[in-house]
Design a protein. Structure first.
Length: 747
């Protein structure tokens, strides 16, 4: 599984805040007796008594934990084998069944699987993916026949970004129709804290890099836990994404998700063979100095608050034991009855960084009579699955296989009694343009006054004739919105720049938007903006994008603007980012598929959220940037080179971004500038054949550079004021740096 650099960065921040050295703490803990308070010993004894149902066994177990004794009953291995049955490999597949990567996951209740948010971040990620059980060797060293199941996110899907976990429903029968999911049992989750103590060893069952199931037995010593996370060292292979970490009694202690990598003197992550790791490499190649897991007690606590009343979650919270596993798998399971499904309505609930998508089943007669509904389409099924609207035994299920996604969004307020805890159901983007005149806009003194003031960039006199002025106000060009401002280039019909204030302490979870609804800004001339007449030609799927391969690319991201004192205010602020003035044509693959550029934005936001800090992001296109004769990096001193045209619109070859924050350590501003090149994708795009266009759409080589603010000023012709003095990049003479991983960033 490719792990996001921003995830590693988050682990590093928490690790730094925990203030401990894995090597030093490992030596201190040693392999001898574990120190416990009397209260802690009583707690562990009660837990062991509940686990063993035997006073003598509980006392022996506690003594072995305290003394660091590795002796166990021989049934320890049998229990581990039984626990491993519920662990599976996840094949991540797209709508065309293309393999995207691997992860691990495990069953936690009847029909529910737990994995990482960075494995399944949304229902669509699971819709076509596959769970491989029994992907392992038997006692004779022969490969078992994998048993494959599809996922049913339409039946249940819940995710929490902050705790990096997702729970998704799994189909009750295998894709072949010959096996039942219940035969693989599940691993009960205990909400009680303290199931393991520093100095104890953890065991991880996993599918590293998608390989056959493996076990890392007692090689991971628990070092420390703080809040919702814990750290454990590793002498061999690190856990793979979504793996369960067990204590010696085979209770799940943590969900493995990331770690702290070893770095060289230049701050770059190293692989086990001492080479520099790149984001294209698998996480298993990293030389981890400490693994990080999410505590199961934290996950259970979150589930109780967010979805505790859901019928599929109740057995998980009740710690329901799985049925006895048969010694021999059934050769032919009983047929599965078709469920009498009606139409589906999706409702999303959001609270504290989480989102839940559940389909509300409504009988068709009542649905038709009482609710103007959206027709549904079947979830794309994995290879070998049923994607034709029929059940395995030949019946129909109302045009969908165990759940559907509305083709048209259900009307807002359709089911007012089912809404988020914050009172906001999943809604379409809504912008009230009648109050545009009162928008506060970007605040120059957001980080402070004096040397901390960051005014909008200045446009030179030579370009002032190109500025789009507000109607009836010949001297006002700033378009103010909630939390951000834009100044437009009327000739290019694109922004000179957009600047947003971000307050990490006031970020609110407003759920996911339902569709895009972009509007022109009536405060400037209509012909000074690129509207939907250009973008509406775009298709949904990559193969159909030859008519228009350009997306509506946000300059100020919706998430960056989505903050305020209340959830309702934050949603209003985020929706305000859907103005065409805040939009720029970005090539399909760049806007949707490039982890590094999008990850850079996530990284910035994560830093501000983690420390509840304030920050500023400026960004925009480079107009007619110099062509570097085959290179992705333009020469700041080079001659302007006209941007290519497509559909009557000139397409920028480069985009820029400046990240700004206040560093309290030295009481100074810190800024970093970046340049993204989509030059390879857009050059001569109006003259190439469709086949070459499709080839460019699959192009993965999008370049990102950290550049000096002084060089960026030369490229854009903008005056960034005091930001050049705050530049964290080396002196201009050093030149730009290609960004290949987050270790390359200097801020």
């Amino acid at each position: 599984m490719l792990i996001k650099p921003s995830l590693i960065a988050g682990s590093e921040r928490r690790f730094k805040q925990a203030e401990f050295s894995p090597e030093a703490l490992n030596r201190k803990l040693g392999d001898g007796p574990i120190e416990m308070t009397v209260e802690k010993m009583r707690l562990r004894q009660r837990q062991l008594l509940a686990e063993t149902q035997d006073v003598e066994k509980a006392e022996i177990g506690l003594e072995r934990i305290i003394q660091g004794n590795d002796l166990d009953s021989i049934n320890y291995l049998a229990k581990g084998t039984a626990a491993s049955r519920s662990v599976c490999r996840i094949q991540l597949r797209d709508t065309k069944s293309n393999l995207l990567g691997y992860g691990s996951g495990f069953l936690i209740g009847p029909g529910l699987l737990l994995t990482n948010h960075h494995v399944f971040g949304r229902p669509a990620d699971a819709a076509n993916s596959i769970a491989d059980f029994n992907y392992e060797l038997d006692a004779s060293g022969q490969e078992r026949v994998p048993v494959r199941f599809g996922f049913e996110p339409g039946r249940f899907f819940y995710t929490n970004d902050r705790l990096d976990f997702s729970i998704v429903a799994v189909a009750p029968t295998s894709l072949s129709g010959g096996e039942e999911l219940e035969d693989f049992g599940w691993l009960p989750l205990s909400g009680a804290p303290g199931k393991a103590d520093p100095g104890e060893y953890l065991t991880i069952i996993q599918h590293p890099s998608g390989q056959m199931k493996q076990v890392c037995v007692r090689e991971n010593k628990l070092l420390k836990y703080v809040g919702d996370f814990l750290w454990y060292n590793t002498d061999t292979t690190a856990g793979s994404s979504g793996s369960p970490a067990f204590n010696r009694f085979w209770q799940v202690v943590a969900l493995h998700h990331s770690g702290v990598p070893r770095k060289n003197a230049q701050g770059r992550t190293l692989t086990k063979d001492g080479k520099v790791w790149k984001p294209s490499m698998d996480e298993s190649s990293i030389d981890w100095i400490a693994n990080e897991g999410i505590r199961i007690s934290a996950i259970v606590a979150d589930l109780k608050v967010a979805v505790g009343s859901h019928p599929l979650i109740r057995p998980v919270l009740d710690e329901m034991d799985p049925p006895g596993r048969p010694e021999i798998e059934r050769a032919s399971p009983s047929p599965v009855a078709a469920m009498p499904y009606g139409a589906s309505v999706w409702v999303e609930q959001s609270v504290d960084g989480t989102s839940l998508v559940v389909p509300i089943r409504v009988p068709l007669p009542m649905f038709k009579k009482e609710i103007p509904f959206a027709p549904t389409a079947p979830l794309p099924s994995p290879a070998g699955g049923h994607g034709n609207g029929r059940t395995p035994n030949g019946g129909t299920d109302g045009g969908e296989r165990n759940g559907g996604i509305p083709l048209i969004a259900p009307p807002t307020g359709l089911l007012p009694h089912i809404s988020a805890r914050n009172g906001l159901p999943m809604e379409a983007v809504h912008i009230d343009q009648s109050t545009l005149k009162s928008r506060p806009g970007y605040k120059a003194n957001f980080l402070g006054t004096g040397k901390f003031s960051v005014p909008l960039p200045k446009i030179p006199a030579a370009l002032k004739s190109r500025i789009a002025m507000l109607k009836g106000r010949s001297r006002q060009s700033e378009l103010k919105y909630f939390n951000y401002s834009v100044v437009m280039n009327k000739e290019r019909r694109l922004a000179f720049f957009s600047c947003v204030n971000i307050d990490g302490s006031k970020q609110q979870d407003v759920g996911k938007r339902e569709g895009d609804s972009w509007l022109r800004d009536p405060r400037i001339d209509e012909d000074a903006q690129i509207g939907d007449e250009f973008y509406r030609k775009q298709a949904t799927f990559e193969a159909d994008r030859s008519k228009n391969p350009f997306d509506r690319g946000h300059l100020v991201r919706r998430l960056d603007a989505t903050w305020g004192d209340t959830v309702a205010a934050a949603k209003q602020h985020g929706d305000d980012s859907f103005h065409f003035t805040n939009c720029s044509p970005q090539f399909f693959s760049f806007n949707q598929g490039k982890q590094l550029w999008a990850g850079l934005e996530d990284y910035t936001r994560d830093v501000l959220l983690e420390g509840e800090e304030k920050g500023i992001v400026m960004n925009g296109p480079v107009f007619d940037g110099p062509d570097a004769e085959g290179s992705d990096l333009p020469n700041p001193a080079g001659r302007p080179h006209r941007d290519p045209s497509f559909g009557g619109v000139q397409i920028p070859k480069y985009f820029w971004k400046i990240l700004i924050r206040r560093n309290d350590d030295d009481d100074a501003l810190k800024a970093a500038a970046f340049l993204m090149s989509q030059r390879k994708q857009v050059m001569e795009i109006d003259r190439i054949q469709e086949a070459e266009l499709l080839e460019r759409m699959s192009e993965e080589d999008v370049s990102v550079f950290q550049v000096s603010i002084a060089d960026l000023a030369k490229l854009t012709k903008l005056d960034f004021g005091n930001l050049a003095d705050a530049d964290s990049h080396e002196a201009t003479s050093v030149g730009p740096r290609r960004i290949e991983s987050y270790e390359d960033i200097r801020i």
